[in-house]
Design a protein around this ligand. Structure first.
Ligand code: GLU
Length: 443
């Protein structure tokens, strides 16, 4: 028996506003995951019929963000496809005839040069949403929306329905702010006698129980998170979990790559309740993605956060020390503020109870260390550590008694990525000697 199963087609239908809100990106992600998981097609359609909101360059932001995130599309404005064009303003002449068909059927009427949808006065209209179940609205509550404006342009609401049908979209995945508009869309499908798509409305991303994550919070856009040093795969991983949780064998898992998500995703894991944005969790997920980078990947990612300095330092050593200590790349900035020159510090910094050090003891230990730094044949961490250990043993002290003052002398900080010796080999002999000599002078 041949079962004629319709090929699954999902779409992302952004209005070009110039920025990619995390909520929109998550909608795109779910539509992409659903298509990929089910061997379907993912279509990109730009909904730009509202020319007053048009922003120059906004379509490029959409392309760039989706590409950067790995959400490739099978049909779209730039690559075409069998159902093009994929930009609504380029389709504007195709909507009128559908509005006229509704006029003929009596399901639309002219009003001040515009064409409006006619909604029955009585009865109710319902539809079944995959996530929210059956939703029914009294017809009396449905507005008779404008379909074609007096200037001939379709409204977003009309073009959206016509295009979803003409492009054979089988599953409509979008934010639940569209739940209340769906009955009037459904009335249009019914008037035309078209088969309704499957609706999958997903919960909105909220800052807290009552507020949406909005641009006023400063962190609502993909670009905001990139600038703060979140890795793209970590952003994708985190937003996938905002409103969806894995089931079955992946139920315990929180760290996913995009291709792992494409295997694990399913609408049974999508939640009805609002997804509360949790920056701490996002940081933790980002930290895990950072730990999983290879050292060269981490170095490349860290580079924009490292300062330009006059003094030489070894970036590989620095990055090896930073990688396990970085949750978000921008954490790097405060950790490397001593690279150009040691931070300003008071001699009190040499007082460390645990290491049993003081400015007086530091004057002595730094002089001994200086001797090692100047004369050690091979300037690497192992050799240095051997000598410091020996020195400590001779003086009946722990290595920290020497290493802590060394770190302060090199950085002017109570803590550095790695330890005193990491910083030492990172700077190399010349710079280390210079900094230790300067520190001795200050004491
Ligand atoms: N253009 C709408 C938006 O940007 C699309 C809504 C939908 O997916 O139907 O929110």
């Amino acid at each position: 028996m041949v079962i004629n199963v319709k090929k699954i087609r999902t779409r992302f239908a952004p209005s070009p506003t110039g920025f990619m809100h995390l909520g929109n990106l998550r909608t795109a992600l779910y539509a992409w995951l659903f298509a990929r998981k089910n061997g379907g097609s993912f279509i990109l359609r730009v909904e730009d019929t509202d020319r007053s909101r048009y922003v120059e360059g906004a379509v490029d932001v959409i392309y760039e963000t989706l590409r950067e995130c790995g959400l490739d599309w099978d049909e779209g404005p730039d690559i075409g496809g069998d159902y093009g064009p994929y930009i609504q303003s380029e389709r504007k002449d195709s909507y009128l005839k559908y509005a006229e068909e509704l006029l003929k059927k009596g399901d639309a009427y002219r009003d001040d040069g515009a064409i409006r949808q006619r909604v029955p006065k009585n009865g109710s209209t319902g539809f079944v949403d995959e996530i929210y179940g059956e939703i029914t609205v009294e017809n009396a509550e449905i507005e008779e929306q404008v379909l074609i404006k007096s200037d001939g342009m379709p409204t977003y609401n009309f073009a959206n329905v016509i295009d979803d049908h003409l492009m054979n979209i089988t599953h409509i995945i979008r934010g639940n702010e569209y739940l209340s508009s769906t009955p009037k869309y459904n009335l249009l499908y019914k008037s035309f006698g078209w088969e309704c798509p499957t609706y999958i409305h997903v919960p909105q991303i909220m800052r807290d129980a009552t507020h949406k994550l909005s641009k006023r919070d400063g962190d609502a856009y993909f670009s905001d998170f990139k600038a703060q040093g979140y890795l793209t795969p970590a952003i994708i991983n985190y937003i996938a979990l905002l409103g969806w949780s894995p089931k079955g064998e992946n139920a315990e898992n929180e760290i996913f790559t995009l291709s792992e998500l494409a295997k694990a995703f399913g609408t049974e894991g999508v939640s009805k309740s609002p997804a509360i944005f949790d920056i701490e969790k996002m940081r933790a997920i980002n930290a895990e993605h950072i730990r999983r980078l290879s050292s060269s990947e981490f170095k490349a990612a860290a580079m924009p956060f490292l300062p330009q300095t006059d003094c030489e330092y070894n970036r590989d050593i620095l990055c090896a020390a930073l990688q396990p200590r970085t949750e978000v790349l921008s954490d790097i900035v405060a950790q490397v503020d001593f690279l150009e020159k040691p931070c300003e510090y008071s001699l009190d910094l040499y007082n460390n109870k645990k290491m049993k050090t003081s400015p007086e003891s530091a004057a002595e230990t730094l002089a001994k260390l200086l001797n090692i730094l100047e004369t050690i044949p091979v300037f690497d961490k192992e050799s240095l550590y051997e000598q410091v250990k020996e020195l400590a043993a001779k003086n009946e002290k722990k290595p920290g008694f020497f290493l802590y003052p060394l770190q302060v002398a090199l950085s002017g900080k109570p803590a550095v990525p790695g330890g005193g010796l990491d910083v030492c080999v990172m700077f190399g002999r010349e710079e280390s000697v210079k900094r230790v000599k300067a520190a001795i002078e200050i004491i």
